[in-house]
Design a protein around this ligand. Sequence first.
Ligand SMILES: *Cc1c(COP(=O)(O)O)cnc(C)c1O
Length: 390
Amino acid sequence: MSEHRPETRTVHLPHPVLEGSKPITVPLYQTSGFVFDDPAVFADGMGRPDGAFVYGRLSNPTVRSMEDAVAGLEGGVGAVATSSGMGAINSVLLGLLKPGDHMIAQRAVYGGTAAMLADLAARFGIEVTHVPENDPEAARAAVRPQTRLLYLETIANPMTQVADLPGMCAVAREAGLISVVDNTFASPLLCRPLEHGADIVVHSTTKYLSGHTDVLGGVAVFADEALHRKVWSFAIELGATADPFAAWLTLRGMQTLHLRMERHCSNTRILATRLAEHPAVDVVHWPGLPSHPSYEVAARVLPDFGGVFSFDLAGGRAAGEKFMGAVRLALLAPSLGGVETLILHPATTSHRSLDAEALARHGIGEGTVRVAVGIEHVEDLWADFEQALA
Ligand SMILES: *Cc1c(COP(=O)(O)O)cnc(C)c1O
């Protein structure tokens, strides 16, 4: 190389050569493509997903590590990492369904997913029937000859309904449907839907898996290799695959997932329990409370109940808005699953596209406040909530 001119030497940088040691952390392969010594290996890599790394949209070693890490936690055979949670959901739905197909989805789904399902019907001719998340009989009754897929969420936003995964996935299996579960709110530490009979798990890794509010990403995990191949092929055509830096940040976050989840859950239990007894609060929605409609299903499916809850203030919308303006430590912001406690008012933010009737159908009140509990000291959070309620 040294015989080349400076302009050429600045372009062709020396690569590190490691002997006798290797990095402790997973290296960030921030490259869009790979160099080959052997043209035959190049050709072979283009032809299959598990050959040599060729081009970043198809696969990347850092991204592969993250896919393997999540697949390992969920008990799947493989995963496809995507540029966002919606990228994973769309890769799965569009990669597996075609015009004329029918699918069944639980009634309360994430806002972006709800918009996507409406679009599938309007623009792609893929009809969707909504059923309650805990009613296998209703799901069975909704099956048609064209039905291909059942879509569920382990814990729904923002009222935290818990899906009866064993019951619902059994119906899907009987009817030959592919069952897909959005496991974002539970994380693989609280629930592994494949163990309950699901075929595909999707996550917004933007949330608990990365955990630090600094990255957008998604992942789909598969129980079988044929589904993995099919969705991978479509995701690379769609261009929804993950950037290596996003995958690297997610891997870095995942190393503390178990510690964070423990604290998210224990903080939430304390705040939800205390708020439920507070005179200014009408009702708290968290599946760990016996008053929650999902309490019994949740006790069967989850060892603990997650870090998101909602509550309705006795004073309705006005009280809700006043509370939002009065908190000092909790941050007024979208998203969840990060280390900071975030609150929002679903009726005017995440669910603003719903009219009063649709809000009621989702069980969301005008004054409902959603809390995504962080990992701060719980007494500091409680002090903040108490002063805001006062
Ligand atoms: C955030 C979220 C999504 C969408 O993920 P993005 O990373 O924002 O695209 C999907 N499902 C659930 C349950 C979510 O919380």
